[in-house]
Design a protein around this ligand. Structure first.
Ligand code: UDP
Ligand code: MG
Length: 311
């Protein structure tokens, strides 16, 4: 089968109430575009009727493919598997619950035709989500921006289009605790946003309970920031500085007795310990870099190296 222009990856986890409508809306939009496409559902270990419904869709429509996970591996690995298996010249990742409107895909394709290699959906408004979710999401994106050196766009989920080049580059980043949107930003490439309003879920409830959200946030921070490790060094320096200040203060006012001396010594030693932890942290940070095995650099294109490279 020849390669389609567009691959659309849809992770599904217990989405029996949603999957048929999701398929219907996506097909309507994709047929309207007039390009060849494949639709890849990734069943992330659903325990409801999702798999059965997905198989039924596959039987009736050859453009729909299905990857069925052995168990629930999580949203980030589901979209990774979908992207790995895709063959389109451009790949779109979209949630099944229709919170990301499929109607935005043609706008993303337009930007891709203009030459952008990553087109990410930027949420202007979030409808139908709890105040808690909206607040934590807002704080999280801004906090992450402060914590990391990588420019990860704020208010942006995994709803995005990536060029085949970017999809291939992603395969060279084999991290386990994946924060895909961060990795995509880390890769570089030419990117631009398409703004949209995030609707409420078509049906069902969120598959991201608080526990998964915390895990997701910590993956994001730990994958792209060493600041938590560096905190120990800072605390160490501050504590040592405080003990020296106290020493001077007590010496000047003549109150340097055995008790104050012991307190100052204890603070000083605590500072030293923090400092040592910070130094160990610096080594751990470097080990993380090596163990992660991210590529050292990524090349968009080579020019004039051999006869075929300028295609
Ligand atoms: N999802 C998944 N595996 C999981 C959790 C979620 O594949 O372990 C899918 C889910 O079916 C949906 C998408 O990831 O298509 C986003 O999940 P959800 O809509 O529940 O997250 P929210 O929008 O509430 O953050
Ligand atoms: Mg959702």
């Amino acid at each position: 089968m020849s390669k389609p222009t567009l691959s659309v990856v849809v992770p599904v986890y217990n989405e029996e109430e949603v999957i048929n409508e999701s398929y219907r809306r996506l097909t309507e939009v994709l047929e309207g575009i007039g390009e060849t496409y494949e639709l890849i559902f990734v069943n992330d270990g659903s325990r409801d009727k999702t798999l059965r419904l997905a198989l039924e869709i596959c039987r009736n429509d050859r453009r729909v493919k299905l990857i069925d996970f052995a168990r629930n591996f999580g949203h980030q690995l589901a979209i990774t598997a979908g992207m790995d298996a895709s063959s389109g010249k451009a790949v779109v990742v979209i949630d099944a619950d229709l919170q990301d409107p499929p109607e935005v895909i043609p706008l993303m394709l337009e930007k891709w035709h203009e030459g952008y290699e990553i087109v990410y959906g930027k949420r202007l408004k979030r409808e139908g989500e709890s105040a808690f979710k909206k607040f934590t999401a807002k704080v999280f994106y801004r906090f992450l921006d402060k914590m990391t050196d990588v420019d990860i766009p704020v208010d942006t989920g995994d709803f995005r289009l990536i060029d085949r080049k970017v999809c291939e580059a992603l395969k060279h980043v084999p991290e386990h605790n994946r924060y895909v949107r961060g990795i995509v930003s880390w890769l570089g490439y030419k990117s631009c946003p398409v703004e949209f309003e995030r609707h409420k879920r078509f049906a069902g409830t969120t598959k991201y309970p608080l526990k998964k959200m915390i895990r997701f946030a910590s993956d994001a921070i730990m994958s792209f920031s060493y600041k938590p490790l560096k905190l120990a060094t800072l605390l160490g320096c501050l504590t040592i500085f405080t003990s020296v200040l106290l020493l001077i203060f007590y010496a000047i006012f003549g109150q340097l007795n055995p008790i104050t001396s012991i307190v100052i010594a204890a603070i000083f030693i605590a500072g030293l310990l923090f400092l040592c932890l910070g130094i160990i942290g610096e080594y751990i940070a470097r080990m993380c870099d090596e163990v992660r095995n991210r590529p050292l650099y990524l090349i968009r294109k080579m020019h004039n190296f051999d006869d075929n490279d300028d295609q």
